[in-house]
Write a protein of this length. Structure first.
Length: 161
């Protein structure tokens, strides 16, 4: 395969230091953009409600990368699916992508909610979310993925609620 070399445009600063798969909405984080980029590289971004962030799973060892199929989250109750049918961290290029809500911009700091990257994560790119790039029509997914994502953004409701 052709090799591609990327340089981070910034790094995540977060209260979460380990990649735990649930309750990401409780995490406070921001992206600190590198000083080498222009002072106005985030200018105009405040006009958008959301950004898509592309980042590198820096804590995944190259030898742990998955190229075939596995049970999502190693749960045997869910079907084995190929790496490109799940959002596992141990992907061939170890890239993650998340659409997150912009809270505020303070100089070179982009504060986000619903962002699932840990402290120190290298950020490869930031793109504004535009309605025209969102899916047209119904979004379809298997039942196991809905079950898996129940507590991803927030804690699942307790049985007493």
């Amino acid at each position: 395969m052709t090799e591609i070399v990327l340089k981070p445009i910034g790094f995540v600063r977060s209260s979460r230091t380990e990649p735990i798969d649930d309750n990401w909405d409780a995490v406070e984080s921001y992206i600190e953009v590198e000083k080498e980029l222009g002072e106005d590289c985030l200018a105009g971004l405040e006009e958008f409600s959301h950004v898509e962030v592309i980042y590198f799973f820096h804590k995944v060892e190259a030898g742990k990368v998955v190229t075939g199929s596995e049970h999502p989250r190693e749960n045997p109750n869910w079907p084995k699916v190929g790496i490109f049918a799940q959002r596992k961290k141990a992907r061939p290029n170890r890239l993650g992508a998340t659409v997150s809500k912009i809270i505020k911009i303070d100089g070179r700091r982009l504060f986000l909610s619903s962002f699932d990257a840990i402290d120190g994560t290298p950020v490869v790119d930031i793109k504004p979310v535009m309605a025209e790039y969102l899916p047209k029509g119904e979004v379809r997914q298997p039942a196991w993925s809905t079950e898996m994502m129940k507590g991803y953004w927030s804690l699942p409701p307790s049985p007493s609620r």
